[in-house]
Write a protein that binds this ligand. Structure first.
Ligand SMILES: [Zn+2]
Ligand SMILES: [Zn+2]
Length: 353
């Protein structure tokens, strides 16, 4: 289980982590340095990814120029018709745009994640035929929102992109069976995984709350922050000594924590039905990362890991919290048992060209 530091709030020098007086690498544009010395020092490590990023950005730019040229040649097309009448050209652009997003993500900086999110949102907006590039980008968006600490936007995106009520479609009955058959079109594996992480984040944060006002602003989905406010955390903790406050505060939150845990239990079953390896894979990613056969389409589990794992690893305590929950439920590591989930469902989930 590897936990890495969350993304910093601001860009930093790749060597000394200073946040002021930075200039970006002129080639990839998303890695920053305080000066020439640190850029030189980083170059041996940075070189390979930097060159690749520059190359994909240029390919991206050429594909965009090609689209612009087509638009100029067909001035009477409105952009919507244009996408319908030139699907191959649009898809070629979306494809390189997604490759570019993946390339800047590998650089591991805040600007890289922001740029990848921007690219993925653009792809989702342009992809009118629900092609593979659009699906891949759509699957990637919630992770990028979470990595940037934009929890509310993550939740809103998940809600917009699912067919039906987000909080209902993964629910189980009292016997632990999915109330509806798992349907990848309703909530994809990557989306269900990130909804799980969002709920884990709230579960971790609740006991540390000083007051309901901690959740003011854009940190949480409105539905959840309203619920938290309704427990009136602040009022319950005003009179007592500090320690008592903490305990009362905690007790006050017990019903909400119980609810979150029950939802997470359902989500575990839902994800298992889509891919029986996912929960084992986030606890032991190295084992699964190397499963990719040469010259073969990415395995669904490898793709799901590459789309979601960073958000788990960058959330302090998230993987430990998940492991603890699974132990409480008597399912160590969250691995599916024989009776639960459709073992073959994962094969249908993604169809990589
Ligand atoms: Zn520096
Ligand atoms: Zn660079």
């Amino acid at each position: 289980m590897t936990t890495v530091a969350p993304l910093p709030d601001k860009d930093q020098c790749a060597i000394c982590k200073t946040e002021t007086g930075l200039n970006s690498c002129k080639s990839c544009l998303v890695v920053f340095y305080c000066g020439r010395d640190h850029q030189k020092e980083d170059w041996p490590t940075h070189k390979r990814f930097c060159k690749r990023t520059k190359m994909t950005r240029e390919t991206n730019w050429r594909a965009l120029e090609h689209l612009k040229q087509l638009l100029e040649e067909n001035p009477n097309d409105n952009p919507r018709d244009f996408f319908a009448s030139h699907p191959d050209d649009v898809n070629a652009y979306l494809h390189v745009r997604y490759i570019y997003a993946r390339a800047i993500l590998r650089l591991g900086t805040r600007s890289g994640v922001e740029g990848a999110l921007e690219s993925c949102l653009e792809i989702v907006g342009m992809d009118r035929n629900n092609e593979q590039n659009g699906q891949d980008a759509r699957d990637h968006v919630p992770t990028l929102f979470l990595r940037l600490g934009r929890n509310k936007e993550c939740y809103d995106f998940l809600k917009e992109n699912c067919v039906g009520d987000l909080e209902e479609i993964y629910a189980c009955d009292e016997n632990g069976a999915l109330r509806q058959p798992a349907d990848a079109e309703k909530l994809s594996l990557a989306h269900a995984a990130m909804l799980s992480l969002l709920k884990v984040r709230i579960l971790i944060d609740l006991p540390h709350l000083q007051s309901a006002d901690d959740f003011v602003g854009d940190k949480l989905p409105t539905e959840l922050s309203d619920q938290i406010r309704s427990y009136d955390i602040g009022a319950a903790t005003k009179i007592d000594a500090a320690r008592m406050k903490a305990i009362e505060k905690h007790e006050d939150l017990v019903p909400l924590m119980k609810k979150l845990k029950a939802e997470l239990k359902d989500l575990r079953v839902y994800v298992n039905a889509l891919n029986k390896d996912y929960w084992a894979a986030i606890l032991d990613p190295e084992k699964y990362k190397n499963m990719q056969p040469m010259y073969q389409p990415e395995l669904p589990i490898v793709q799901a890991l590459s789309q979601t794992y960073d958000a788990w690893a960058e959330t302090p305590e998230a993987l430990a919290c998940w492991k603890g929950l699974c132990e409480d439920w008597g399912v160590e590591g969250g691995v599916a048992d024989a009776a639960e989930g459709a073992a073959d469902a994962s094969d249908e989930w993604v169809d990589v060209d």
